[in-house]
Structure formats: structure tokens, C-alpha cells
Design a protein around this ligand. Structure first.
Ligand SMILES: NC(=O)c1ccc[n+]([C@@H]2O[C@H](COP(=O)([O-])OP(=O)(O)OC[C@H]3O[C@@H](n4cnc5c(N)ncnc54)[C@H](O)[C@@H]3O)[C@@H](O)[C@H]2O)c1
Length: 326
């Protein structure tokens, strides 16, 4: 049985990856310090003999007994509301955390796949964004802590590949959504659905003309699985190129939820990217991958999930466990 370590395994994407690797017959070890994750995302796996959970901070020394075939580094705060509140931990998990994973991979002879992000392109001046675009990031702006951590993470991963011959994969993830997102994590999709469920107006930042493209989580997981098993070491964009303005998206959510509320406009946050759309030519050519789930279908599943949550969660503010300043 192949063994895989998934850091950030109790988070939104990490938990879906745990499910997928269990389904494929792997022994899965999830490692998470639960700073933004939730045990409820993985508790259905605890009874399985081929699932283990390590409650541990990846930015500290990591050790896993036994063999490891793959390490997927997904630990990191991911939404602006998280990384603006815990900026130092964000920088540490993207630097010390990946360094620990790469060291462990060398000892075990494991292949490493890292979760990078479309944020490495910053506020892009090229549209849609191909992997060759170097990005437009403000290193000292508020979002720099996340964007630069991810850029460093790519650089050190590539250095281990080049200088140590380590097998590495880099996925640049574009906005992904689905069940197990947190309603209060500040991202536009749960924010809109949460507001609709609470009977509040939907807040649009800026004039709503900025665009995003949303990928359903099952499509993303399929792309990541294929990339891991491929022999391609350079970054690959995985996302859904179907682009929509935030204003149109708000209108879709109003239609989906049947809310009587309306869109209201507020000031745009600093360095908010104006456009986001993946160029997935590489993923199509190398992985024979493209998204299959339409926004309509994915939103319906996600809305049903949010509706099934206990009502008090609608009113819970964002939390950060083990909050520490450095
Ligand atoms: N969701 C997206 O649309 C998206 C887009 C681009 C990139 N990503 C990347 O995918 C990964 C997962 O994102 P997500 O949306 O699932 O976020 P999430 O917050 O739900 O999951 C992140 C998980 O990492 C854990 N974690 C954070 N720091 C840790 C540390 N030092 N040690 C151990 N565990 C730690 C958290 O507790 C959480 O369970 C992140 O690396 C993120 O940057 C996500």
C-alpha cells in the first residue's frame, strides 16, 4: 500500500485530497495544526486502518515513521481574512514548512507536490495567466505575506529538484470552491451564500467589474492527482477558465438562493487583483485534464452543504486556533 503525507489535511482542500487518496487505496497520513482547519472535515476517516492524523505544526521539525511515497504540502492559511490575521505563520509555513517537507522527502525518497496559487501572478498584467507569466506582486503590500511565501515555496521546491534531484510537482491553484469551505473565511463565495442565508444584502467590493473564475473541488482534486502521477516538474495551472465578474456572480447567488436581498458596493481592498482566469493549455496537454463540473451544478452542491450546517455557524466569526503572533 502506497503511503502519502498530506499537510493541511484537515482543511478544505486537504480533506478532499485525503478522501481521494483513501478511495484510491493509499495509506493516508494527515498532518495539521488546526489553525484554520476543522477536525469535522476528516472525522469520517478516523475509523479506517489506513488513515492517521498527526496534530502538528509543519513549520516545526516533522517526523513520520515508516516509508513515504508522496508528500502533498497543503498546509497554509489560504484566504485573505486568515493570512492578514496570521501573517507570520503564513510566511513560516510557506518557507520553514516546505523546507521541513523537502527534507523529509529526501530522507524517505518521496515525491513532493506543493500547493501554489494563482496569487503568484499578483494583480496580473497578462490575461488569462499562463505559467510562463512571472507575475505582478507587491512584496510589501498586505497580501505580500501570502503571495511571496508561495513564490518562495516554488523557488525552494525547484531548487531541491535541480540540486538534489528530488521529484517535485507544483500546482498553481485558482479559486476553488465546494463543501467544507468555511462560511466565515472571507472568500467571496461563502461570504455571498452566508449573507443570503442570513437575509443580508450581498457585499460587493469595488464596482463588481473585477473577475474571478471558480473551480469545483472535485475537478481540482482530479487535476492534482494527475499532476502528482505525471513526470512534469514545472508549475501547472489548475482552475476553471469560465470567468465571471463579481457583480454577475452575486446575481447568480441571488438567483440560486432565492433571497430577496440586493447587491451593495463597498471600497475595494488594497492590491485586490482585478482579473483572474487560468490558461489551462498545459494541464490539457500534459495531464489530459479539464474541468467537468459546471458552475451551476457545483454551486448547487455547495449551497446544499452550507444549508445543512447548524444555524449558529451562520453567525460565527472567523476563528484562528492556537493564535500566536509569531
Ligand atoms: N482554496 C483555494 O481556492 C486555494 C487557491 C489557491 C491555493 N490554495 C492552497 O491550497 C492549500 C489549502 O487551502 P484551503 O483552501 O484548503 O485552506 P484551509 O485553511 O481550509 O486549509 C489549510 C489547512 O492548513 C492547516 N495549516 C495551516 N498552517 C499550518 C501549519 N503550520 N502546520 C500544520 N497545518 C497548518 C490549517 O489548519 C488548515 O487545515 C493552501 O496551501 C492554499 O494556499 C487554495
Amino acid at each position: 500500500m502506497k503511503r502519502v503525507l498530506i499537510t493541511g489535511g484537515a482543511g478544505f482542500l486537504g480533506s478532499h485530497l485525503c478522501d481521494r487518496f483513501i478511495k484510491e487505496g493509499y495509506h493516508v497520513i494527515a498532518m495539521d495544526n488546526l489553525i484554520t482547519g476543522d477536525m469535522r472535515n476528516i472525522e469520517h476517516l478516523f475509523h479506517l486502518p489506513n488513515f492517521e492524523f498527526y496534530h502538528h505544526d509543519v513549520s516545526k521539525f516533522i517526523h513520520v515513521p515508516g516509508e513515504l511515497d508522496y508528500i502533498l504540502h497543503f498546509a497554509s492559511p489560504a484566504s485573505p481574512i486568515d493570512y492578514l490575521k496570521i501573517p507570520i505563520q503564513t510566511l513560516k509555513v510557506g518557507s520553514l514548512g516546505i523546507h521541513n517537507c523537502l527534507g523529509l522527502a529526501r530522507v524517505k525518497g518521496a515525491r513532493v507536490l506543493i500547493a501554489s496559487t494563482s496569487e503568484v501572478y499578483g494583480d496580473p498584467s497578462v490575461h488569462p495567466q499562463p505559467e510562463e507569466y512571472w507575475g505582478n506582486v507587491n512584496p510589501v503590500g498586505p497580501r505580500g505575506v501570502y503571495d511571496e511565501a508561495k513564490r518562495f515555496q516554488e523557488a525552494i521546491t525547484m531548487a531541491y529538484h535541480t540540486y538534489h534531484g528530488l521529484e517535485t510537482r507544483i500546482v498553481r491553484i485558482f479559486n476553488t470552491y465546494g463543501p467544507r469551505m468555511r462560511l466565515n473565511d472571507g472568500r467571496v463565495l461563502p461570504a455571498f451564500i452566508g449573507q443570503a442565508l442570513r437575509g443580508e444584502d450581498l457585499t460587493v467590493f469595488g464596482d463588481g467589474s473585477q473577475t474571478r473564475s471558480f473551480c469545483y473541488v472535485d475537478d481540482l482534486v482530479e487535476g492534482i492527482y494527475r499532476l502528482l502521477l505525471s513526470d512534469y516538474a514545472y508549475p501547472v495551472n489548475i482552475g476553471n477558465p469560465s470567468e465571471i465578474t463579481i457583480k454577475e456572480f452575486g446575481e447568480e447567488i441571488i438567483k440560486l438562493t432565492g433571497t430577496k436581498q440586493k447587491l451593495i458596493l463597498k471600497d475595494l481592498p488594497v492590491d485586490d487583483p482585478k482579473q483572474r482566469q487560468p490558461d489551462i493549455t498545459k494541464a490539457k496537454a500534459i495531464l489530459d485534464w479539464e474541468p467537468k463540473v459546471s458552475r451551476e451544478e457545483g454551486l448547487r452542491i455547495t449551497y446544499d452543504y452550507f444549508k445543512s450546517l447548524p444555524e449558529e455557524e451562520l453567525y460565527t466569526a472567523a476563528y484562528h486556533r492556537e493564535f500566536a503572533k509569531n
